[in-house]
Design a protein. Structure first.
Length: 250
């Protein structure tokens, strides 16, 4: 399938949410909005005890925000709305009353790293290198930064945010706390994700909800914080520096 989609399937009480976009799973606003809504609905669906977040294709988990949309931003208000897309998904994951397992099969960039960091338990393959490339185009990982810092620490987040040209290997991401396990193949990853998710379904759902509250303690201000961060990115994307940089991507 070459059309963008967000699909949800339920198997053995596990809700699998899969997103896809033909441009390396980069996510435009409409797909991000659907993803946020799907996560919210899955959180309220009694047929689902645990959620798995995954993407289609085998090369890239998520290439971040859609460059096509980024290039066409001409005012701060539109910029804020654009960058709020990832903020809304991260907040949906944060508020979701169920554990979310991340299944990261390949490279992930920018906003994609933010999604991985916002899962409660994240597994990847050895191909799941990560990069924060935002500084390259004159902005920064402002919206996803809090999620990445929460999971990997300020030092690791700062390192990849400043070193915006480098992909960091999956093993490094595991050492820094982003991934719990790194597998040799997608087949091994899928087997482990399924086993972990189905095993979690045997636990007390109330206990998992209370644990989730503990894991996300101190993030109650994120609705406001991420909105402010989206505003910052929306302003910077209008800078001459960024406009010139984006022209090279056209």
């Amino acid at each position: 399938m070459t059309q963008p989609y967000v699909n949800q399937t339920i198997e053995n009480e596990v809700g699998y949410i899969e997103f896809f976009h033909p441009a390396h799973n980069s996510l435009p606003g409409d797909v991000l909005a659907k993803l946020a809504n799907t996560i919210k609905e899955a959180g309220q669906n009694d047929a689902i005890k645990v959620i798995v977040l995954k993407s289609g294709g085998d090369r890239t988990f998520c290439a971040g925000a859609s460059f096509n949309e980024l290039i066409n931003i001409n005012d701060a208000a539109t910029g804020k709305v654009f960058f709020s897309g990832f903020a809304n998904v991260i907040n949906a994951m944060r508020k979701c009353p169920k554990f979310i397992i991340g299944r990261i099969q390949g490279k992930t960039v920018g906003g994609g790293v933010g999604l991985a960091a916002s899962t409660d338990y994240c597994m990847g393959t050895k191909f799941a290198a990560i990069k924060l490339s935002e500084l390259n185009i004159g902005i920064g990982p402002f919206v996803v930064g809090p999620a990445i810092e929460r999971k990997m620490g300020l030092s690791a987040m700062s390192q990849i945010a400043i070193d915006a040209n480098s992909f960091y290997p999956a093993e490094w991401a595991k050492q820094k706390g982003l991934f719990t396990h790194v597998f040799e193949s997608t087949e091994e990853l899928d087997k482990a994700v399924k086993a972990t998710a189905e095993h979690l379904c045997t636990y007390n759902i109330e206990a998992m909800l209370e644990m989730k509250k503990v894991f996300w303690k101190g993030t109650d201000n994120w609705d406001d914080l991420l909105a402010e961060r989206a505003e910052t990115s929306g302003r910077l994307v209008l800078s001459e520096f960024t406009k010139e940089k984006l022209k090279t991507y056209k």
